[in-house]
Each structure stands twice: as C-alpha cells, then as structure tokens.
Design a protein around this ligand. Structure first.
Ligand code: GLC
Length: 408
C-alpha cells in the first residue's frame, strides 16, 4: 500500500506546484500591477498598449489596477503574499509590480521580490535618492526606479493675478491668502490629502518641516507648530473639513472643478488640470511648496512567483527607458528618474525641479510601516481637535519610539 501511495503523493504534489525550470530566463505572458491609472488620458494603460503592440505576441502584458491609494495598493499585494512568493509561476502571479518608494525595501525584505542587477537597468544614470529607496542591503536592487514624485502647490493664477498677488512662499502667506482672498471668489482656501492614510503622513511631514521641525521629534515646538497650522486651518475654515477625507484624486477633483484657491498635489495633477475634464484648464499654475516636499515615487519590481522573469525584466527596461520616461513626463506629468531628462528644455517644470531638489525622505527607518500607521492614527485625531496638539504629539513621540524599537 505504502509503495503505491508514496509515488502517488509525489505525483499529486508535483501537479499542484508545477515547478518552473529556469524562471529567471523565462519568456512569456506577464501581469503588471500599478495603482489605479489616474493620469490624464490613462497613460499607464497606453504604455502597456504600446508594449503589446511592439513586443512579440507570446510576451503580452496584462495590466491590473490596484486601489488609488498607496495603502490600499499595498494591502492588496500583501493579502496575496502567498501567491507572490509561490515560485510555481501560477496564473495568479503579479509578475511586475509598481511599489512605493516608502515600502519597497520592506517588501523586498519580506521575501516577495527577486533581487535585480543594477547594471542591467542603467541605474547609475538615475537620481541617487530614488535609487537609494530601491537598494537591497547587499548592494543589489529590489526594484528599478520608474517615476519620482515631489509635491507642488497648485493655485488659481487668474485669481492671484487679479489681486496683484504672487503665490505664497511661506505657510503664513498661504494662510493669509486662503483666508482673505478665497472667500471673495466663492472658493475654498487650501485642499490637501488629510484622510487617514499615507498621504496624511506626507502632508503633516511637509507642514512640520516648513515650521522647522521633523518627524523624528513630533513633540518639538516646531513640529507642534506645523501640525497646529493644519489643525487650526480646519478649525478656522481656510482648509475645508472635507479635506479630512481627501486623497490625491478627491482633492484634485475639488480644485479641478473650480472649487478651491490652492491645492497641494503631486505632478500627475498638472496634465489632469490642463485636460478636457478640467474647469480651470487655463486658470492655474504651480510652484514649489512653501517648504520642503516629501520625496515620493514608485519603483518596478519582479515578483518571486514570476515564471517569465526575462520578459518581466525586458518590460521594466522598456518602461524605465529614456523614450518612455520622456513620454510619461510629457503626457502624464511624471517626474523622470533619469537625470539626463532634467536637462531637456521644457520637459520638467522649474517648480518640480526645485521641489525635487529639496525633497526629503519622510522618516528613514526599518520600521517605517509601523511608524507611519502610528502617525496616521494620532495625526488624524489631532486635526479634528487643535486643542489636543500638545498632549497628543507628546504621546505620539513616545509611541513612535516604542514602535521604532519594534515593541508597540
Ligand atoms: C504618491 C507618492 C508616494 C506616496 C503617496 C502618498 O503616490 O509617489 O510615494 O507614498 O503619494 O499618498
């Protein structure tokens, strides 16, 4: 009996997990996942279409869209961690994944990604800060930098021109213009991403930095002043209360429909504001934020489950190569990761260049995930209660140091 059963079990196991020989050199159809394509004219889908039109038929790429926010995107990938690590190359594998700069390293360390060779992708030609977000501890790469990101302050140029005002360069000017000018035009003052998710950490970090503080010391007087500026803005009404529910897309829609004087957003917003659905297409302009921006961006990684890793790498080369980075900068507003593209006249706006040059890493830490979720919880609470800023940020500092030591 045993003699019959053992080979049968072995056979069954082999059927359940077809072993992929040589996945590293495998060529064939692959799946590519990115967040929901919110670019003007759906340029990410276009990019995939261009690949499918030119690559050989058996290397077709199917595009799968994750939720809009980075948190939702990551949660869905994590929920499928088992599929991602299953080296059998099953149909559920997401071969190429866009991963946020803030969670690339953790995702790699968790075992979901195939290490890549930096030399294969010419990363020495890319922005150093962007490459550092994708570096693995052994000097390799978890992913290839695709697009960088830095915040911009979009404003109603028609309104400020009529008032003879220049766009604000400090939070105090921002507050004053949002308070005094916006209501005269029936506009909300300043909209940003204050929902409880990663965008809130970004917006709070930027307010804190602009006031001279940092995320390492949220209990400092400067950090408290930064958070208080946001909380009081909501209390005083120059930041609409709805912003507590806004992410990138919803805040953009508010400004795009002509509802607000100022918007903080990433550069993809530019082509959307200039596009067909915009009611302010010829009425806006953008400058660097009144303070340093958080460094954002997305890298492209190959999943451990991929049976067609050669195709996956070729696709990443195609997407991160110069021609497509130039096209995505032009059409989708993406900040390229290739340094040379910053020297091409008219491709990257001076505002975006300035913002990127000054951009900061949110809070460098191997426990960033823990830290940001602690911050989001506390900050969202504080924004609804400006009188609790002192006490809540003191408490946040303690919680963060516990989380930093991995014992929340
Ligand atoms: C953008 C940035 C990303 C950031 C996210 C926050 O997608 O590129 O780095 O984490 O916004 O909402």
């Amino acid at each position: 009996m045993i003699r019959v059963l053992v080979p049968l079990l072995v056979l069954l196991a082999a059927c359940a997990t077809p072993v992929v020989d040589d996945a590293e050199e495998g060529e064939g159809p692959i799946t590519f996942v990115d967040g929901r394509d919110t670019t003007e004219g759906q340029q990410v889908r276009e990019l995939v279409r261009r690949w499918n039109a030119t690559a050989s038929r058996h290397e077709d790429v199917s595009f799968v869209e994750m939720p809009t926010t980075t948190d939702g995107h990551r949660a869905q990938l994590t929920a499928r961690a088992q599929d991602l690590e299953d080296a059998s190359g099953g149909p559920d594998c997401y071969d190429v994944m866009a991963v946020d700069v803030v969670w690339t390293a953790a995702f790699g360390a968790a075992g979901h990604l195939v290490p890549l060779d930096p030399a294969e992708f010419g990363v020495e030609r890319m922005l150093g800060e962007a490459v550092r977000t994708a570096a693995s501890p052994d000097g390799g790469l978890w992913a290839v930098p695709w697009r960088s990101d830095a915040g911009l302050l979009y404003y109603r140029k028609d309104v400020l021109d009529r008032e003879g005002l220049r766009p604000p360069t400090t939070w105090e000017e921002l507050r004053r213009q949002a308070t005094e000018v916006a209501p005269r035009y029936g506009l909300k003052g300043y909209v940003a991403q204050l929902s409880r998710y990663e965008g809130l950490t970004v917006n709070a970090a930027e307010a804190i930095w602009a006031h001279g503080g940092d995320l390492e010391h949220p209990d400092s007087a400067e950090a408290k002043a930064g958070v208080r500026a946001l909380a009081e803005g909501i209390e005083q009404g120059w930041i609409p209360r709805e912003a507590l529910k806004y992410d990138e897309n919803t805040s953009l829609k508010e400004f795009q429909s002509g509802g607000a004087l100022f918007l903080r957003n990433w550069p993809f917003a530019g082509p959307r504001l200039a596009g067909g659905e915009s009611r302010v297409a010829d009425k806006w302009a953008a400058v660097a934020l009144p303070g340093p921006s958080a460094l954002g961006g997305w890298n492209l990684a190959v999943s451990r489950c991929s049976a067609n890793q050669k195709t996956a790498r070729k696709f990443i080369e195609f997407v991160t190569g110069e021609a497509n980075q130039r096209l995505m900068a032009r059409r989708a507003g993406f900040a390229p990761t290739l340094r040379a593209l910053y020297d091409e006249p008219g491709l990257v706006s001076p505002a975006l260049r300035d913002s990127l040059l000054d951009a900061r890493v949110r809070r460098p830490s191997p426990h960033y995930d823990e830290l940001t979720s602690v911050m989001q919880e506390s900050l969202h609470h504080v924004l609804e209660r400006p009188d609790s800023v002192d006490e809540s940020l003191d408490q946040l500092a303690e919680e963060l140091s516990r989380a930093e030591q991995g014992r929340r």
